[in-house]
Ligand binder design. Structure first.
Ligand SMILES: NC(=O)c1ccc[n+]([C@@H]2O[C@H](COP(=O)([O-])OP(=O)(O)OC[C@H]3O[C@@H](n4cnc5c(N)ncnc54)[C@H](OP(=O)(O)O)[C@@H]3O)[C@@H](O)[C@H]2O)c1
Length: 257
């Protein structure tokens, strides 16, 4: 199969086993990239993503790496290197998607120090060191895409620590873009609004009132789907987005306009 936008590219997608990351992994696979589907716990879900990409004519492999602890980035890259070698791919990576993330729904008054450390460790420290250790692996002309959140732009004190992690991630993106521009590498954030994934299932799925409220927050009048985000990531990963860097691409369907 030839002529796809990402033929000959290798992509790493953290949190590729479920939700938005799954949609991104499958989409990049359909575009021709070989996809490393990183996950923490749900091996069955990661295997399913790998199989789906295979059925669609692509190539993928799963790597386990729990993020949010010291040594996580080194473990992730060791697993990545071992698998690329096993699959006879040339060493290195073209597209890094930092998607894995967790939320904490506590406000300033109730957040514990442990919760603060955990959410920053997964959402900020992990991408930071994945990039630090990925720099020697990321090929010139490559792509960095960090999955942020509309919450970095819209004040939501009830999730203040989570929002703050995404603000930090956006600042990280900005600096990566400046530093890596001379190598033709772009770095951008994509900021979704409310998306129908497991993380929101408890309050959103099957609750017509909650869904109507969530839909009303977007100018486009519906809840986001993982594919809405994956399509934007696929564009940013492609050659067509070569002149876009250092930006936060809003993917909220027009929230807070
Ligand atoms: N859903 C939304 O409404 C929304 C809105 C704005 C931004 N976002 C952002 O979009 C990204 C994806 O969210 P989602 O809703 O798709 O999440 P999700 O459905 O909960 O899926 C989370 C993914 O991240 C992985 N993951 C979670 N904790 C991890 C850890 N400690 N180490 C490694 N991997 C870990 C999970 O792997 P396992 O399956 O192995 O657990 C899973 O693949 C996050 O960065 C989130 O902040 C989401």
């Amino acid at each position: 199969m030839g002529g796809r936008r990402l033929d000959d590219k290798v992509a790493l997608v953290t949190g590729g086993s479920r939700g938005i990351g799954r949609a991104i992994a499958e989409r990049l696979g359909r575009e021709g990239a070989v996809v490393a589907v990183a996950f923490a716990r749900d091996q069955a879900a990661a295997d399913e993503v790998v199989q789906t990409i295979g059925k669609d004519g692509g190539r993928a492999f799963a790597i386990r790496a729990e993020l949010g602890r010291h040594g996580d980035a080194a473990a992730l890259w060791a697993a990545f290197d071992a698998q690329t070698q096993r699959h006879s791919l040339r060493a290195g990576v073209d597209i890094i998607v930092n998607n894995a993330g967790i939320g904490r729904s506590s406000d300033l008054a109730s957040l514990t120090e442990e919760e603060f450390d955990e959410v920053f460790a997964v959402n900020v420290r992990a991408p930071f060191f994945i990039l630090q250790q990925g720099l020697s692996r990321l090929r010139d002309g490559g792509r960095i895409i960090n999955i942020s959140s509309g919450a970095a732009r819209l004040a939501m004190p009830e999730i203040i620590a989570y929002s703050s992690t995404k603000g930090a991630l956006d600042t990280f993106t900005l600096n990566l873009a400046k530093q890596l521009g001379p190598r033709g590498i772009t770095a951008n954030s994509v900021a979704p609004g409310i998306v129908d994934t497991d993380v929101n299932a408890g309050w959103l799925r099957g609750n017509a009132e909650a869904e109507a409220h969530a839909a009303s927050l977007a100018a486009l009048g519906r809840v986001g789907q993982p594919e809405d985000i994956a399509d934007i990531v696929a564009f940013l990963a492609s050659g067509e987005a070569r002149w876009v860097t250092g930006r936060v691409i809003d993917a909220t369907g027009g929230a807070g306009l």
